[in-house]
Design a protein around this ligand. Sequence first.
Ligand SMILES: C[C@@H]1N[C@@H](C(=O)NCc2ccccc2)[C@H](O)[C@@H]1O
Length: 450
Amino acid sequence: SITLKHGAHRLGKRTDKQMQTWRNYGLGQFIHWGVYAIPGGHWEGKYYPGAAEWIRSWKEMPKEAYDNLYKQFNPEKFNARGWAKQAKEMGAKYVIITTKHHDGFCLWPSKYTDYTIAKSPYKKDIIGQLVDAYDAEGIDVYLYFSIIDWNHPGYRSSLKTEADRKEYEDFKTFTRNQLVELLERYPSTKGLWFDGSWDKAWIEQAEFADELGRELREMIPGLIIGSRFRADENGNRHFDTNGDMMGDYEQGWERKIPETIEDIHGNDWDCVMTIPENQWGYHSDWKGHVKTSNELIEMLVKSVSLDGNFVLNFGPDGEGNIRPEETKLAAEIGAWMDVNKEVVYGCGYLDWKKQDWGYYTVNRETGKKYMVVFNMPVSGALRVKVPDNTRPDKAYLLEQPESDITIEEIHRNEYFVHYKPMTPVKKPFVIVIETTESDADEGHYQKAKT
Ligand SMILES: C[C@@H]1N[C@@H](C(=O)NCc2ccccc2)[C@H](O)[C@@H]1O
């Protein structure tokens, strides 16, 4: 590997308490809210086919019209306590809230621009209310911040002229000032979730961004910042020139989930996920497939089974309501979590061979092993392959600890866990499997000599 001044500053996972807490969250909530919720994916009767929070970039949206929408922003139904309560009931352990999206509108009364909530009819600090409400529910707060800022005069996606560079210096100072301001105003913040950092102009700022990250981490010791924040001096993002991840966890899994444990390269990671295909901000007319709670629960469990966190996005409307579809899904996920949360919280990857019926998770403290079943085989026989010197002794339903499920040895290190549900299975369910580490006697199952 080569020497880098602005590459990864740490190899391997962070082992401090704050990061261990992050690693054990399992489930998070993303909130995308801003003036884009007012048009909600439509303008003058026309339907916007893109992501609602990008509507300003739509050729049919006059920029001046969009940039004056904040003068109508007055979400009378906004109730931060209600949002935080719903997130608690869903089982979210942390929340990531958009402070400023690509359009540059600030949901907090920033003193570095007039394009903020303070200048809207609503006036009050939305970020402050949300931080207090989620803190009160015991849900850790992380702040989303977009480097892209279409409202700031100094913002550039690329630096072509000396004039660009001069303007961009003001933008860099403004960006730094806003981030320092956010951490000063909301010191209970546990981390920053950066977005909009793919522009060439920002990628050239390796030294500035590295120094800014250092300054922010000094303000809040243990602050957690992901891999999407900065590039190294060769323009490499997420992973530096040596292939080492920059930041505390990988932020590449946007609307996608790794397939195997090899895909995560030993790093912490989060998957941020939309309920429709690709809408983060409020769009009044979702098109295409809207994910069911079974799908979302599978994504959550798959993420945990591969040592990641799953962060589900909510896009409140222009009045401050969380839409009925999201409320229903939050309740269905919460009902499942009420019964099964122990397979998520504090759990991670178990190095047993993945089977078709679903996913294994293991509690990192206790070693308790879970089979989370999504696909019941017609035989009722759930195949389990164990490592050498491991013998499964007992299996029972998490929901009915007195249930004694038969385990049949079928090959060396291979078993069937026989389970025939009494009633039709409608939701994923969990079998706890207990093992003994033993020197397996070959018994009936000898490896063939070939
Ligand atoms: C978390 C999401 N990230 C923002 C985003 O723009 N993502 C990736 C993307 C980048 C370039 C064109 C389309 C989409 C979305 O607007 C959400 O905030």
